[in-house]
Design a protein around this ligand. Structure first.
Ligand SMILES: Nc1ncnc2c1ncn2[C@@H]1O[C@H](COP(=O)(O)OP(=O)(O)OP(=O)(O)O)[C@@H](O)[C@H]1O
Ligand SMILES: [Mg+2]
Length: 397
C-alpha cells in the first residue's frame, strides 16, 4: 500500500491527472490540472469533464474516445482542450478505465502531458512548409512568365535583326548603285570622247565617197561604224546589271576596266605598266566581269585623283599580276605619294573620304571590299615606294 501511494504521488506530481466516474463527472483533479486549465478544484469536482472540451475538437473524436474506454480499453490521443479564460491547450492524453472487483468499470483516470508548445511548433512548421510550397509555386509561375517574356523578346529581337539585315541589304544595293552611276557618268563622257574622232572621220569619208575611190572609203566607213558599235556594246556590257558569276581571265577584266577609264587616264597623262604572269591568260577565275571591273575602275580612279594632287610628271600606274601556289596576286600601285598612315586603316570604311564633296563620297574602296568578299578575294592597302599599293589576293577554287 505504501509503495502504491508512492507511485500515485509520482504520477500526480509529474503529470496532469484527473478522474471521472463512469458518466464523466469529475471526481479528482491534481494541482497541475487546475493550474493548466485555470479552474480551482472546487470549480471542477462534480462537473462533467466536458467543461474543458474545446469546440474545435470534433464530436466524432469524443465518440471514438467513449466507445474505446467504455469497452474497457485504454484510449490515447492528442486533444485540444479549453481553459477557463477561453484559451486552449493541447494535451497528450491517456485515459485508463479502472475496474472494481466485479470487473466492472467504476472510474476513469486521465493522465496528460501538455504538448501545446510542440503542437504549435508543429503547426508553425506545417504553415511554413505550406508557405514554402506556395512560394515555390509562385516562383515557378514567375519563372514561366519570365521565360515567356524572354521568348517573346527573343522573337521580337530576331524579327528586328531580320528587318535590320533587310534594310542593310537595301542600303548596300543603293550604295552599289550610287557608285555605278558615278562610273556611268564617266562612261558617257568617254563615249562622247571616243565617238568624236570616228564621227569626224566618218563625215569626211562620206563626203569623199562622192568624188574619190568609193570602195576604199566605203570600207573605212564600215570599219569606223563597226568600232563605234563595239564601243556601245562594251559599255552596254558594263551597265548591264547581270549578277551571273562566270569564269573570266583576269587580263580581260583589267582590260574592260581600262576601257572605261582610258580617256581620263590619257587626260591625266598617266602611263600604264603591266607585269602579267602568263598563267593569267590560261587560268580563269570565278567572278562577275562587271563587278570585278568596277573594283579596278575604283582603284584606277583613286590613283588618278591622287596623281591630280601631285606635281609628279612621271605618273605610272602599274598592274603586277603574279601567280603563286594556285593563287593570283594582283598589285596595283601608283607613285602618287601614298596614303597617309593616320588614315590608312579607315580607307575601306563606307563614306570615308579625304576628297572634296564633288570629287568623292568615300564609297569606292568599301564597294571594292564587298565585291571581292563575295568571290572570296581579299584587298589590302600599303604604301610602296612613293605611292599606294593595293594588293588583291584571289584565293581560287
Ligand atoms: N591611290 C591612292 N593614293 C592615295 N590615297 C588614296 C588612294 N586610294 C584611296 N585613297 C584614299 O582613300 C580614301 C577612300 O577612297 P574611296 O575610293 O573609298 O573613296 P573616295 O575616292 O574618296 O570617294 P569615291 O570613291 O566614293 O568617289 C580616299 O578619299 C583617299 O584619301
Ligand atoms: Mg574612290
Amino acid at each position: 500500500m505504501y509503495k502504491l501511494n508512492e507511485y500515485k504521488n509520482a504520477i500526480e506530481n509529474t503529470n496532469i491527472v484527473s478522474k471521472t466516474d463512469i458518466n464523466g463527472i469529475i471526481t479528482f483533479v491534481n494541482d497541475e490540472f487546475c493550474t493548466l486549465c485555470g479552474y480551482s478544484k472546487d470549480e471542477l469536482i462534480g462537473k462533467n469533464h466536458n467543461i474543458i472540451r474545446h469546440p474545435d475538437t470534433p464530436q466524432s473524436a469524443f465518440k471514438i474516445l467513449w466507445d474505446t474506454i467504455l469497452a474497457g480499453r485504454v484510449h490515447k490521443g492528442i486533444v485540444k482542450n479549453l481553459k477557463k479564460n477561453g484559451d486552449f491547450f493541447y494535451a497528450q492524453t491517456t485515459i485508463i478505465p479502472i475496474f472494481d472487483e466485479n470487473n466492472q468499470i467504476f472510474e476513469f483516470i486521465a493522465i496528460r502531458h501538455d504538448v501545446t508548445q510542440m503542437f504549435l511548433l508543429n503547426e508553425e512548421l506545417a504553415n511554413t512548409k505550406q508557405k514554402l510550397l506556395n512560394l515555390n509555386e509562385n516562383l515557378e509561375l514567375q519563372i514561366a512568365e519570365k521565360t515567356k517574356n524572354l521568348q517573346e523578346l527573343n522573337q521580337n529581337l530576331e524579327k528586328k535583326i531580320q528587318e535590320a539585315i533587310k534594310i542593310n541589304n537595301e542600303q548596300q544595293k543603293i550604295i552599289f548603285q550610287q557608285n555605278r552611276q558615278v562610273i556611268l557618268g564617266q562612261m558617257l563622257e568617254n563615249i562622247a570622247h571616243q565617238w568624236r574622232q570616228p564621227l569626224n572621220e566618218l563625215s569626211l569619208a562620206i563626203y569623199l565617197l562622192h568624188n574619190e575611190n568609193k570602195k576604199k572609203h566605203y570600207k573605212l566607213c564600215q570599219k569606223l561604224i563597226q568600232n563605234m558599235s563595239q564601243t556601245i556594246n562594251d559599255f552596254r556590257n558594263f551597265i548591264n546589271p547581270n549578277h551571273i558569276t562566270q569564269y573570266n581571265l583576269l587580263p580581260k577584266v583589267i582590260k574592260s576596266s581600262l576601257f572605261i577609264t582610258y580617256q581620263s587616264i590619257k587626260k591625266s597623262n598617266i602611263k600604264l605598266k603591266f607585269i602579267i604572269d602568263k598563267n593569267a591568260y590560261k587560268i580563269p577565275i570565278k567572278c562577275n566581269l562587271n563587278e570585278l571591273s568596277q573594283v579596278f575602275v575604283n582603284i584606277i580612279n583613286n590613283a588618278k585623283d591622287a596623281f591630280n594632287n601631285t606635281n609628279n610628271f612621271n605618273k605610272i600606274l602599274t598592274f603586277n599580276l603574279s601567280y603563286n601556289k594556285d593563287k593570283f596576286i594582283l598589285k596595283i600601285y601608283d607613285n602618287a605619294g601614298g596614303v597617309h598612315n593616320d588614315i590608312i586603316e579607315h580607307i575601306f570604311d563606307p563614306y570615308f573620304t579625304t576628297k572634296h564633296k564633288k570629287q568623292g563620297v568615300g564609297l569606292g574602296l568599301y564597294i571594292c571590299k564587298q565585291i571581292l568578299n563575295n568571290i572570296d578575294a581579299t584587298i589590302t592597302c600599303s604604301n610602296y615606294k612613293n605611292g599606294a599599293c593595293f594588293e588583291i589576293i584571289f584565293k581560287g577554287d
